[in-house]
Design a protein around this ligand. Structure first.
Ligand SMILES: NC(=O)c1ccc[n+]([C@@H]2O[C@H](COP(=O)([O-])OP(=O)(O)OC[C@H]3O[C@@H](n4cnc5c(N)ncnc54)[C@H](O)[C@@H]3O)[C@@H](O)[C@H]2O)c1
Length: 422
């Protein structure tokens, strides 16, 4: 393939070297004439282990060339990869001017009578909607509404880390290919044919949001680890031992558990122990802002779930809540988010019924009984049997946990599943 790369910084220059090593012919473009000159003279514009050797080999085999102007170099390109910067604007949003500018340049130089469309793959980190709302309109302005005859747009986030960039290029944690249709792109298939990694073919927005979700998660992990570290330091606890125990748990801690967007956390342990850990941290002056934000974040989520569950419902509509305990197959109602949800439905005047076979109002005892009747004094009147739940013609069925697997619901029923946010 002939590959063009726009933006020869950390991402673009590394890609240039690695793609040339794969045997493709790579033409790089950068607005910085200094970078272009350095590259053509065999000097890497960045400090990164292994790139000098790849650049030297690429130049001597004629597989690498750099330019500061596109001229007619795009004519025989199969694939253009955009790696320009998206730095922070003063308001925190990404500055999209380099993306817009490079897109205009490509749009003005690509030939309309190409035999097959040029794939333009964006690797810069951009917010969801950028391709559809910024990039595609620029191509449409220049090339007309049927620009997809000339250009195939792909969003392909980059996961390399500086200092191990070459290894990360060839051994990425995953490959994400976003297209308008969510389908495959032949040039991206060819580019990645020797790379063994889980590959996801998705819509553009799912691909665009990936880096934000990943990078913010990394930041959460570091901030959380350091808050634990501060508490340990203050309490004279060995933080490295605590870390060893924490990461050894690959069932619940370092695992996909508790990472799925869905219902709020609740139950008899998580809220109680988070509150107590916050107290311990405050008591020893550890200043744990992330820990302090967890319960507020959970409350915000509960409110959003309520809004989502009753969206479009008329006043006084009938609602069946499926699952009242904090998870299926337990009668533990303490701090269950579904109890809050039920209370909100009742306060708003909806006709509420609840199905949860694990809960029999007459059998609740102790703290569980106290919590249930403090929060939902009319609980016994709200609970319905399986037969009634299945027969009832509810305006909305709201699923909160796996209890719904015990029901056969009509396919015409209006259902909101809070487990999957659908
Ligand atoms: N650096 C990383 O480790 C990393 C990892 C993954 C993703 N990313 C994302 O990739 C993107 C690029 O990051 P980077 O660190 O390589 O940036 P960088 O600043 O090192 O490189 C960007 C390059 O683009 C060039 N450029 C700007 N406008 C241009 C144009 N119109 N035509 C050609 N070249 C142009 C600049 O001169 C610069 O050399 C960013 O969106 C970043 O968030 C970076």
């Amino acid at each position: 393939m002939k590959v063009s790369i726009f933006g020869l910084g950390y991402v673009g220059f590394t890609a240039m070297c690695c793609i040339a090593k794969e045997g493709h012919k790579v033409t790089g473009f950068d607005v910085s004439e200094e970078k272009v000159e350095q590259i053509n003279n065999g000097i890497p514009p960045i400090s990164e282990p292994g790139v000098l050797e790849l650049l030297t080999n690429g130049l001597s085999s004629g597989k690498i060339n750099a330019f500061s102007n596109i001229e007619n170099h795009l004519d025989d390109s199969d694939l253009a990869i955009v790696c320009v910067g998206t730095p922070s604007s003063p308001d925190g949003a990404h500055d999209m001017s380099y993306i817009a500018e490079v897109t205009r340049q490509i749009a003005s130089k690509v030939k309309k009578d190409r035999k097959s469309p040029l794939t333009v793959a964006y690797r810069s980190t951009v917010r969801p909607g950028t391709v559809e709302e910024l990039i595609a309109p620029i191509f449409a302005d220049e090339l007309g509404k049927d620009f997809e005859k000339t250009i195939s747009i792909v969003y392909n986030p980059e996961f390399l880390r500086e200092a191990s960039a070459i290894q990360d290029y060839f051994e990425p944690p995953k490959i994400v290919i976003g297209t308008l249709s969510g389908g495959r792109n032949e040039h991206m298939e060819l580019l990645n044919k020797n790379i063994d990694a889980p590959t996801f073919h998705v819509g553009l927005r799912e691909a665009e949001i990936t880096k934000f979700v990943d990078n913010s998660w990394h930041a959460v992990k570091v901030a959380y680890a350091n808050e634990v570290g501060r508490i340990c330091l203050q309490l004279g606890v060995d933080a490295s031992k605590v870390h060893e125990i924490f990461v050894s748990d690959t069932k619940l801690n370092i695992s996909p558990y508790y990472t799925r967007p869905g219902t709020a956390f609740g139950g008899s342990c998580l809220p109680k122990d988070v509150r107590a850990f916050q107290h311990i941290a405050a008591d020893c002056g550890a200043n744990t802002h992330l820990l302090d934000s967890l319960l507020r974040s959970n409350e915000a989520h509960k409110f959003k779930l309520y809004e989502h569950a009753c969206s479009g419902l008329r006043p006084q509509a009938s609602v069946l809540l499926v699952g009242l305990a904090f998870k299926a197959n337990t009668d533990d109602l303490r701090e269950s988010p579904s109890v809050d949800l039920a209370r909100q439905f009742l306060n708003a005047g909806y006709k509420l019924s609840i199905f949860d076979p694990a809960i029999q109002a007459t059998k609740l005892i102790g703290a569980n009984l106290g919590y249930a009747y403090t929060q939902l004094p009319t609980l016994s009147k709200l609970l319905v049997s399986k037969e009634i739940a299945e027969r009832g013609n509810y305006d909305r069925v709201v699923i909160t946990n796996a209890t719904h697997k015990m029901l056969t619901l009509s396919p015409n029923q209006s259902i909101v599943d809070l487990n999957t946010l659908s």
